[in-house]
Design a binder for this molecule. Structure first.
Ligand code: NDP
Length: 451
């Protein structure tokens, strides 16, 4: 039996396989790093995998708040402090009705390796709540955020754990969370990132993840000696922070992004998505694609109910490059087959683990350029770390400075991943390259720090 299978069996016997989506993330990493484990027995001797898949602690708490009708509401809040071998726990907060411990463990585990890949001093964590922000008034969002922070503030700090945003948590929510933290602790410190610019946020944090995905893709094309993005037709999923800024940067570089999606369906505009209109609808007004269609009559709105469950309309559209930027497991094996059949040769993940294991296997087998999330979407957390640096030194960096540092960081991550893939005999396999490089840095730190 191979060492990866042995390790996975050991992990399964400790209950690691109980959460499907978490085990999916763990399984991919364990198979990817088999060559590293075989080349150096220190990782098994120090039980690094066993230690790495067990969060340092999972904090679970009740969040009780009053809605606008003065009715008492109860939600569950979580913070998974996964691993701080490389720096303070760092990772976003997700507010979405599907949030549970398993999803946060998967996101936190991915975050450890992602943060390690950036080369910056940040550990891995994740948190959130099953609270659904959709349809809530600003007052309700504020009251929920205050109640959430009343409990969370006990466990975080600029040198301990620094949360940020994720699905359902943007500048507005971070602002309310920060306000409450300040009120409770009387301390004005960089305990959250993704703050609005006027009180300690970094310029470019909203753009960072999406722009970073595109910078990573540019570098990957360069390293693999492929044509530039200019002129390429791109499909993008999602219509939130990551998707919108991915589309924006693709357009800056002369590519054409023709789709975006939300939980109700796919918007297809063959002339290229109108980003300014999309921002207005989705970021400013939290509206629907009907508003886009009302202005752009030629665009198409394909509803979710018109598609079978294992296929998504967005991935059936012919493209050169695909950018899944909505949520986990949104790109299935059926979708991957459609992309390949339609001639797509580049897939770069903006969301966390958006492609199922079977889809990833197909991309790797067919040797298309595949940029896995933990490398390609690390730009968000990198700029969050820049925000921590600015807060600690009471400085404000210019947009140009942050953009330049983001670009350099994404290029370095891409090179690190590509060189590692070459070093371990799997050239062009960015999945293995990212997993090995990410794991190695954090594992070596864990060994050096002792048990
Ligand atoms: P947002 O909340 O801004 O946007 C999420 C988008 O995805 C929305 O358009 C939403 O549609 C759609 N979506 C969410 N869940 C589902 C679902 N179950 N089915 C279909 N569509 C869905 O989130 P972000 O853009 O910030 O995050 C998107 C992804 O990127 C997530 O995987 C996140 O973990 C990852 N990520 C985010 C980072 C960041 O800096 N924000 C950093 C790194 C990764 P609707 O509004 O209809 O629900």
């Amino acid at each position: 039996m191979g060492i990866a299978k042995e390790e996975l069996e050991k992990l399964e016997s400790t209950g690691c396989a109980q959460d499907d989506v978490f085990f999916q993330a763990v399984e991919e990493v364990v198979y990817s790093i088999e060559r590293l484990l075989e080349s150096d027995e220190k990782y098994t001797k120090h039980a690094v995998l066993h230690r790495l898949v067990n969060p340092d602690r999972i904090i679970k708490f009740s969040v009780t708040w009053l809605n606008d009708k003065q009715e008492i509401q109860v939600n569950t809040g979580f913070r998974v402090q996964f691993n701080n071998a490389l720096g303070p726990y760092k990772g976003g907060l997700r507010f979405h009705p599907t949030v549970n411990e398993g999803i946060l463990k998967f996101l936190g585990f991915e975050q450890i390796l992602k943060n390690s890949l950036t080369g910056l001093p940040i550990g891995g964590g994740k948190g959130g709540s099953d609270f659904n922000p959709k349809g809530k008034s600003d007052w309700e969002i504020m009251k929920f955020c205050s109640a959430f922070m009343t409990e969370l503030h006990k466990y975080i700090g600029p040198r301990i754990d620094v949360p940020a945003g994720d699905i359902g948590v943007g500048g507005r929510e971070i602002g309310y969370l920060f306000g409450e933290y300040k009120k409770i602790t009387s301390s004005y410190e960089g305990v959250l990132t993704g703050k609005p610019f006027m009180f300690g946020g970094s310029l470019m944090r909203p753009e960072a993840t999406g722009y970073g995905v595109v910078y990573f893709t540019q570098e990957m094309l360069k390293l693999e000696k492929q044509d530039k993005l200019e002129g390429k037709i791109c499909t993008v999923s999602g219509a939130g922070n990551v998707a919108i800024h991915t589309i924006e940067k693709l357009h800056h570089l002369g590519a054409k992004a023709v789709t975006c999606t939300d939980s109700r369906g796919t918007l297809y505009d063959a002339r290229g998505i109108d980003v300014e209109l999309l921002k207005k609808i989705k970021l400013e007004n939290r509206g629907t694609f009907d508003e886009y269609i009302a202005v752009n009559k030629e665009a198409q709105y394909i509803k979710v109910e018109d598609y079978p469950e294992d296929a998504h309309a967005v991935w059936q559209i012919k493209c050169d490059a695909a950018f899944p930027c909505a949520t986990q497991n949104e790109l299935t094996e059926t979708d991957a087959k459609a992309l390949l059949a339609n001639g797509c040769t580049i897939v770069a993940e903006g969301a966390n683990m958006p492609s199922t294991s079977a889809a990833v296997e197909l991309f790797v087998k067919n040797k298309i350029l595949f940029a896995p999330a933990k490398a390609a979407n690390a730009g968000g957390v990198a700029v969050s770390e820049f925000e921590m640096s600015q807060n600690a030194s009471m400085q404000k960096w210019s947009f140009e400075k942050v953009d330049e540092k983001l670009k350099t960081t994404m290029q370095q991550i891409c090179k690190r991943v590509s060189y590692t893939a070459n070093e371990y005999g799997v050239p062009g396999n960015y999945v293995d390259g990212a997993n090995i490089a990410g794991f190695k840095r954090v594992a070596d730190a864990m060994i050096a720090e002792g048990i």
